[in-house]
Write a protein that binds this ligand. Structure first.
Ligand code: KG4
Ligand code: ZN
Length: 392
């Protein structure tokens, strides 16, 4: 099966063309035919976080060029021999589908007039969680293509995409056992999800306020460092660690709360107080703060994950979401897992696919496409707080 996948939940615009076969599980295999991504992070840097209307505008501007790029990589961007002007009812119905996306409509018309329908069986699109204005652009784009090309639509939960991305490697499914515990840490989410079988998700804990990535972003902003904060703060922390610096001491939040919930807003306030009391902030001080902050975040994430591994006899730990790119968190978790008597495998995504991308949406979309004929377009809506939870 060939799938086109579209991801626009936050500040990455991404399109992927995937060829996949096999069932969910060991015989699954895939080949990335085309993968195109544009990160808007540098545009949002001046706001210290993602600015939803700017994200929406940028998605609308970049989706068509990225689709062209992905299809070109796949050698599937085929010109019509003669451009066919979209007129009459086909144009009218496309205008209806894209009534809220005039900028996208303007770009999609010449694309459809110029290129033939590519060889695809389904279109997967992220329907949440994320920023709703941003999600809608991708969803409407998917609906427009599905309408014109007459292919089914598969809505995909972005967080399930992150889970799946950690489970695969080099075109196949990795070898692991259930129960699986997923630690999902991104700019918008921090949650622990237990899966006792394929595509079954039970939420056992989550953040009560800020997400882990959001805490990194806010701490960076407090220290006048650019967005996204995770890579910058962790780089400073790594330098401090390598130099044997003394960390600033912060309290790992909710470390002993006996549940699987997290909270990062108090930690951010602690950091703010230290920053305010240390003006002007020297680079040395920035490093000590970054080190102490990263230590506290890693400690609580690792502690709660291990606690859940013990309680639920977990055989595999999956780490997914942008913060999973953090090498200190990865290595602390690996060390703690290795020091236990019962063994549990650790699956992390390859670094280039740790942050948002469309490959993860294509893979999760494929598994859903295996068991469904797609959703009706009118039933696909952007859901900012979409949960990853199986009912029943
Ligand atoms: O999954 P993602 O790309 O987008 C969301 O769905 O939110 O995650 C982005 C988040 C940002 O908050 C960013 O600061 C954080 O991931 N991040 C990191 C690192 N790289 C990215 N946080 C800590 N350490 C990193 N190395
Ligand atoms: Zn994400």
């Amino acid at each position: 099966m060939r799938l086109l996948a579209i991801e626009t939940s936050c500040d990455e615009t991404a399109v992927c063309l995937l060829e996949a076969s096999g069932d969910v599980g060991a015989d699954f295999s895939y080949r990335v035919l085309g993968n195109a991504l544009f990160s808007q992070a540098h545009l949002h840097a001046q706001y210290g976080g993602v600015y939803p209307n700017l994200a929406k505008r940028e998605h609308a501007k970049n989706l068509v060029p990225l689709l062209e790029e992905a299809l070109r990589q796949a050698d599937s961007l085929n010109n019509r021999s003669v451009a066919i002007p979209l007129e009459g009812p086909p144009l009218g119905s496309l205008q209806e589908v894209l009534v809220r996306e005039p900028e996208l409509l303007e770009r999609i018309i010449p694309f459809i007039e110029t290129y033939k329908k590519p060889d695809i069986d389904a279109i997967a699109v992220t329907n949440g969680p994320g920023l709703e204005p941003a999600l809608w652009v991708g969803i409407n784009f998917a609906k427009a293509l599905s309408h014109i090309w007459n292919v089914p639509l598969v809505p995909v939960n972005h967080m399930e995409g992150h889970v799946m991305m950690s489970m695969v490697e080099n075109g196949s499914m990795r070898d692991f056992e259930f129960p699986v515990l997923s630690l999902l840490i991104s700019g918008g989410h921090t949650e622990l999800i237990l899966s006792r079988q394929w595509m079954h998700y039970e939420r056992i804990g989550e953040t009560r306020d800020d997400a882990a990535g959001e805490a990194f972003d806010k701490v960076a902003r407090l220290m006048d460092l650019p967005y996204p904060g995770g890579p910058v703060v962790s780089k400073l922390a790594a330098e401090a660690r390598a130099a044997g610096m003394e960390p600033m001491k912060f309290t790992p939040p909710m470390l002993n709360s006996k549940d699987y919930d997290f909270s990062f807003s108090g930690l951010k306030t602690e950091v703010r107080k230290v920053v305010e009391a240390s003006q002007p902030l020297t680079t040395e001080m920035q490093k000590a703060i970054a080190l102490g902050f990263e230590n506290a975040v890693a400690q609580v994430l690792v502690h709660k994950t291990i606690q859940a591994v013990d309680e639920f006899d977990v055989r595999t730990v999956v780490v997914g979401g942008g913060v999973s790119a953090n090498s200190f968190i990865r290595s602390e978790l690996a060390a703690k897992l290795a020091s236990r008597d019962a063994s549990a495998a650790l699956l992390v995504p390859s670094p280039e696919f740790a942050t948002d991308n469309a490959l993860m949406i294509a893979i999760a979309g494929y598994f859903h496409a295996l068991t469904s004929n797609g959703a009706r377009p009118e039933d696909i809506i952007a859901t900012g707080n979409l949960r990853l939870e199986t009912s029943g």
